[in-house]
Ligand binder design. Structure first.
Ligand code: NAD
Ligand code: TYD
Length: 351
């Protein structure tokens, strides 16, 4: 088992990074510190990190593109492991404006790798996505780690490029690096631009539920806490240079998922499902919309003993409950009020 003490987590104020940090402090035997480097884009939110012990969670408002800052953090905090979540992560935004995706996801990853290159005792874990593999047909076998790369969106292409950088830096410069590809995550604290939180927020607001195309596209849904647990297993026992695919074993057609979600919201509020199903609105399809993602997950089960633990319908209900119980969180991210707080509290503060 790999021993690690102090982690640098990039993008730890986002959806998955914050779940990873919250859960890390509950792992038996972990006594170290987590330095959380986040540029606080629209997706970063310190509300996701409330209640953590400031002696063990050090938040730094900064950019992974700032190599000198990353070097200083690694050296000052005796970092032995970097877990790299920071990214631009939304496909629709990448279609609208790809440049930032290249900067953060590609150039940013290279900056981090160069810091590790000069400090080869530091292990690097790269958090990536199944979208690098492209799209499956309805009848195709699920993705495995051997699947060829065929990214279709600017987001997927930027993540694919970053995967290649990690692989090549690790091999050429003999770094200790692992990569994981996860399927679509869901759970609390997800920014309401991705399918599930957007649909929940719109149900709660009585707004239209925009389904792209005919709603027949398929995604494999993974609870964010299962994803965090899988990454922890990779940090503990993943072999250097290895790649692990992390899936939820939960393929759903988008329209069926939205129906299920409407029914669960209705049940929670003691109202008829029809009230919410009537909000479903079919809209123009996403350009280059991948038909299907699905992860086999055999390798991580076999080699690291990890399997998803969440049953999807139970996880979805709990997620809906969380959004119902946290209207202030949704309101703040939607109005950008948390950004004003950041600007006031972190203006001009250097790491
Ligand atoms: P997110 O958009 O919620 O969070 C990204 C975080 O990165 C934000 O806090 C943001 O402020 C920060 N960030 C962005 N640019 C930065 C920069 N230049 N420097 C420092 N911080 C920066 O994303 P997420 O959904 O939590 O995804 C995290 C990672 O997991 C990403 O690498 C993504 O590709 C990958 N992933 C996501 C999913 C999913 O379903 N959301 C699935 C598989 C893999
Ligand atoms: P999304 O959550 O953006 O994740 P990804 O594109 O990375 O898989 O979208 C999930 C699926 O839901 C995808 O097939 C696109 C579809 N979708 C809609 O139908 N309507 C929406 O408003 C959104 C955001 C997504």
């Amino acid at each position: 088992m790999r021993k690690f003490q102090n982690l640098l987590v990039t993008g730890g104020a986002g959806f998955i990074g914050s779940a990873f940090i919250r859960s890390a402090f509950t792992r038996p035997g972990f006594t170290g510190t987590i330095v959380n480097l986040d540029a606080m884009t629209y997706a970063g939110n310190l509300d996701n990190l409330v209640g953590l012990d400031p002696a063990r969670h050090v938040f730094v408002h900064g950019d992974i593109l700032d190599g000198a800052l990353v070097e200083r953090l690694v050296d000052t905090h005796a970092i032995d492991t970097i877990v790299h979540f920071a990214a631009e992560s939304h496909v629709d935004r990448s279609i609208h404006g790809p440049a930032e995706f290249i900067q953060t996801n590609v150039v940013g990853t290279m900056r981090l790798l160069d810091v590790v290159r000069a400090r080869p005792h530091v292990h690097f874990h790269h958090v990536s996505t199944d979208e690098v593999y492209g799209s499956l047909g309805f009848e195709d076998p699920m993705f495995t780690e051997e699947h060829p790369y065929k990214p279709n969106s600017p987001y997927a292409a930027s993540k694919a490029a970053s995967d290649h950088l990690v692989r090549s830096w690790a091999r050429t410069y003999k770094l200790s690096a692992t990569t994981s590809h996860a399927s679509n995550n869901y759970g609390p604290y997800q920014f309401p631009e991705k399918l599930i939180p957007l649909m929940i927020a719109n149900c709660l607001d009585g707004k239209p539920l925009p389904v792209y195309g005919d709603g027949g596209n398929i995604r494999d849904w993974l609870h964010v806490d299962d994803h965090a647990a899988a990454i922890w297993r990779v940090l503990e026992d993943g072999a250097p240079h290895e790649v692990y695919d992390i899936g939820g074993g939960n393929e759903w057609k988008n329209l069926a998922l939205v129906h299920c979600l409407c029914d669960a919201v209705a049940e929670l509020r003691g109202e008829p499902s029809e009230k919410y199903r009537a909000l479903i609105t079919f809209v123009a399809d996403r350009p280059g919309h991948d038909l299907r993602y699905a992860i086999a997950g055999d390798k991580i089960a076999r080699e690291l003993g990890w399997r998803p633990s969440y049953d999807f319908v139970t996880g979805l209900r709990a997620t809906i409950r969380w959004y119902v119980d946290h209207p202030e969180w949704i309101a703040r991210v939607k109005t950008g009020a948390y950004r004003q707080w950041i600007d006031t509290n972190y203006a001009g503060r250097s790491a």
